[in-house]
Write a protein that binds this ligand. Sequence first.
Ligand code: UN1
Length: 511
Amino acid sequence: MSTENKKVNVKQEAADILAKLGVDSAAYTGGDLASFSPVTGEQIGALKTHSAADTARMIEEADAAFRTWRDVPAPRRGELIRLLGEELRASKADLGRLVSIEAGKIISEGLGEVQEMIDICDFAVGLSRQLYGLTIATERPGHRMMETWHPLGVVGVISAFNFPVAVWSWNAALALVAGDAVVWKPSEKTPLTALACEAIFNRAAARFGADAPKGLSAVIIGDRTIGEVLVDHPKVPLVSATGSTRMGRDVGPRLAKRFARAILELGGNNAGIVCPSADLDMALRAIAFGAMGTAGQRCTTMRRLFVHESVYDTLVPRLVKAYQSVSIGNPLETPALIGPLIDKASFDGMQKALADAKAHGGKVVGGERASVGSDTAYYVQPAIVEMPEQAGPVLEETFAPILYVMKYSDFDNVIELHNAVGAGLSSSIFTLNLQEAERFLSASGSDCGIANVNIGTSGAEIGGAFGGEKETGGGRESGSDAWKAYMRRATNTVNYSKALPLAQGVSFDID
Ligand code: UN1
């Protein structure tokens, strides 16, 4: 069902919001990087881009800023992030709407993304007084051993279109509190929201005062070539990159070659398992949001569903009905639940995967282009595909709303199938049976970085570490102890005795 599209001038609205947020129009007019709104497909910006030389200069500036910033006490650094959180609260409605304009999210998800930014700021402010190290028992008398955490350097952030602002904030809030500087390369598909974040950050920094050095947080606008400068630069000891597994296969080895750290948050092929005892009403809602929310364009989107044979014929027809009746429409003007795909390439990728699924015996419902507004916008009916087995496109991540549904009978076997894909980001089980739930969370259960019970695969809170295993890249961002990746650990041993005992009982006595 598609919802009526009222006329909306996305270009004007974007310009109005950017002006309100304090972005100079010179930054996004007359330049050579075109920015589009997937809501209508119209061009909404032409951004001035940075060259490789500009990027290298900004990294040098960030490195100089880091050298000052690292000596500012951590709780004082936290104050900058507290102010950033305040500015984000004040800008939530505008930035959220800009996310909807540039990434196509429905309003509540655009706002939810800004809420994630506010949440991570709150988390990081608390963290600024909790960058604890351990005191460790030493084997030598009159000695003390401890570990300390020091700022690391310039952190490069590479982010994707689907969370155009939150992913920057997860990294920036932790990195800045940790005493690092940040250079951010946003997706070429969502550069305007990055300019908005830069303006918001600059406002917080101006309020903070002179001990926030110039160049502490920079945004570089351009294509892959400037991303490569960031990845290869010797003064960038850590790059946190979110995007496809293909991108990670390029970035990871480049960083490894120069012994730089990587936080990689790459593809997901997330699955849910619905067991015989599941609360089916709850499962239905969780699956609908997990699989169709954000038009299937979250890393955490549910893409595979295994349903026990005893509940298959009850649940799957209800799911198919939900797919057929979900509202699709212009997110700026309608309360539709499904907004557009990001672009034509995404639509084409979805069609290819569906054709492939049919060739593998899949029964497809949905997937057609929905007629919403202009020819240059790509709205689709989300697709649900009953598959005879896990094969072909089911094994890959297609960044679009396709849910592959498979029937299972044996619990051990379904765990095997669950884990038999390249990616390892998020996972869910729906069951009221304690043995199944605990087994799923155990060492021989889900192999993902996120494993949930009676909750869908997407929509994680910032308090937990976010990321996954295998082809998802292994990185962790956001909560828990993810901050440690943004800092340098030192083990310190202090001898307060009058002797010099050597460890391991070694003697080395000179005259
Ligand atoms: C992503 O898609 O890159 O868990 C991030 C979620 C969000 C973050 C998704 N909190 O779905």
